[in-house]
Design a binder for this molecule. Sequence first.
Ligand SMILES: C[S@@+](CC[C@H](N)C(=O)[O-])C[C@H]1O[C@@H](n2cnc3c(N)ncnc32)[C@H](O)[C@@H]1O
Length: 215
Amino acid sequence: MKRARNTSSPVLERLEFEWDDSAEIPTDTAKILEDADQVLQAYWDQWTKKPIEQYVACDFRDVYRALSQLTASKLAKGNTFCEWGCGFGIVTGLASQLGWEAIGIEAESFLVDQANRFLARNRLKGEILHGNFLPRGSERLAGSQSNHASLFHQVENAYEQHDLEFDDYALVFAYPWPGEHYFLQEVFRNYAGDGALMLMFLGPYEIELFRKSVS
Ligand SMILES: C[S@@+](CC[C@H](N)C(=O)[O-])C[C@H]1O[C@@H](n2cnc3c(N)ncnc32)[C@H](O)[C@@H]1O
């Protein structure tokens, strides 16, 4: 059922979030990450045959460390996780391994297929949705900055196709294309649920955590 969106004074606050970049990775997760390395290596080896211009991988090990710490912190208001632009589905898979009810949304069908294979091969529970992660109407928040990479996908809205509500997600992970982090933060600030968290990978060692609140 559609709910009215709460539009009163949403605020996006950056939280102090220190994560340990030397935290040991459990053996079962390390095996999953080795598989991810192989998938990525195979992809880069045939890059010229399957160029997906917008695909760049985050540092999966550091994102796992941050996500693992965030999971243990109990800062999130729920257990639902959504990856905006999940690529090969690796972070979505890691989130599901950490106990999140995880979905990953991806516009490129080649990557959707690869992500499903990755999850199945590693017996991970996350779900991959082919579609656009931008909630309907959020494109307007780009204003005159209409050249953001995430605006160019001519695919159906993922939430509407699957009868999901974006504001049900307690945690969103995104690795934005350079220059569009502010736009994605604005989308999150306007469309996420009250208290939802956004974990953003911004580059090596740069992982930031934000919380939306409605006053
Ligand atoms: C920088 S890559 C990050 C991939 C993955 N999250 C990671 O961290 O390794 C961004 C991904 O988002 C996807 N993407 C960009 N805009 C999108 C949109 N509006 N809807 C769905 N997927 C999108 C791209 O196809 C690409 O796979």
